[in-house]
Design a protein around this ligand. Structure first.
Ligand code: HEC
Ligand code: HEC
Ligand code: HEC
Length: 237
């Protein structure tokens, strides 16, 4: 049941180099971005003390905001789409933002964990995945015991920028503009992944056959499509 992850390889990450696609896109609309950043309100994360402890498990709430996207957007980045936003937010805990927001041919996908200022590739198996935990009338999510997230890799570089060592990028309007113009207009939706032969190769990512079946024929994805309004217990996010 435990997420077993072994560090096998370190992906070299050239954050400041021209080869990182997140920083090599053109900087556009600088003054617009200056304003956007001024007006931006960082989404609030629930206070740690409010979290219940999982029943049998060690507390798994170790969602540190350790990459540059998270530093600004947190795990509560989505709110516009009432029906799907909680799912997008939840997925951010095990998928790097770029997994859905950077869609291009020539990408491969790996589990990548941020360790200080490095993005470390992980090989794993026997994944447990999400846990939904009831807290009063709310349902919240607990992660596994790893902070690794599925991340696209392009030309050997994982598309994630560790916050550590790159704090200056948050104040660099040009860099922020570049990051956002690098993101693709096509964003992955539920069915892009939760189907047979979807964007992610679940088996290659280490999911067991049983989990692959669950992920491909995901009842939640089907249910959400059929129902216009979901009376889902409020997520903390
Ligand atoms: C320095 C803070 C900052 C960083 C770092 C940052 N964002 Fe943003 N992001 C913003 C702001 C501000 C907006 C505009 C919000 C608005 O218009 O309401 C935005 C908007 C967005 C949007 C909506 C589309 C758009 O272009 O307006 C997406 C998607 C997004 N960011 C994803 C990301 C991802 C993925 C990363 C990491 C690669 C990232 N952001 C890094 C501040 C940031
Ligand atoms: C499972 C896929 C998925 C993941 C993972 C994901 N997003 Fe999104 N995101 C979307 C989709 C789909 C939209 C809506 C695009 C549309 O329909 O216009 C969106 C929209 C947004 C927006 C616009 C604001 C809003 O309320 O919709 C922002 C900002 C954003 N994403 C940031 C992020 C950040 C930051 C991360 C990582 C923490 C992230 N996203 C991870 C799928 C995802
Ligand atoms: C980029 C691919 C991707 C997209 C897009 C995506 N998912 Fe997922 N989803 C995953 C992966 C991978 C897991 C398993 C995570 C784990 O176990 O660590 C997962 C897990 C889930 C689970 C838990 C299922 C289980 O058996 O444990 C649900 C429910 C779910 N997704 C619903 C959705 C919904 C609803 C959407 C659209 C809002 C969506 N997903 C979009 C990749 C995706």
């Amino acid at each position: 049941m435990k997420r077993l992850i072994l560090a096998l390889f370190v992906l070299p990450i050239a954050v400041q180099g021209a080869e990182n696609p997140l920083l090599s896109a053109p900087a556009k609309d600088i003054s617009k971005w200056e304003n956007k950043l001024k007006e931006f309100e960082r989404p609030e994360l629930p206070r740690k003390e409010g979290y219940p402890r999982p029943f049998h498990l060690p507390n798994g709430y170790k969602y540190s905001l350790d990459d540059v996207c998270l530093a600004c957007h947190t795990f509560a980045a989505h709110k516009k789409d009432k029906k799907y936003a909680p799912f997008y937010n939840a997925h951010g805990t095990f998928l790097s933002c770029t997994t859905c927001h950077f869609v291009k041919s020539g990408l491969s996908y790996s589990w990548v964990e941020i360790d200080g200022d490095r993005a470390v590739g992980k090989e794993g198996g026997d994944f447990y995945g999400l846990r939904y935990i009831r807290n009063g009338n709310r349902v919240i999510l607990s992660g596994g015991d790893s902070r690794a997230r599925i991340t696209p890799v392009y030309d050997g570089a994982p598309l994630v920028i560790p916050l550590k060592g790159n704090e200056s990028l948050l104040k660099d309007v040009k860099a922020v503009s570049k990051m956002h113009s690098a993101l693709t207009e096509k964003v992955l939706k539920c069915e892009d992944c939760h189907r047979e032969k979807g964007v992610l190769d679940f088996r290659a990512l280490g999911f067991s056959d049983e989990r692959v079946k669950d992920l491909e024929e995901n009842e939640v994805v089907k249910g959400l499509k059929e129902y216009k309004t979901i009376h889902f217990p409020k997520f903390i996010w």
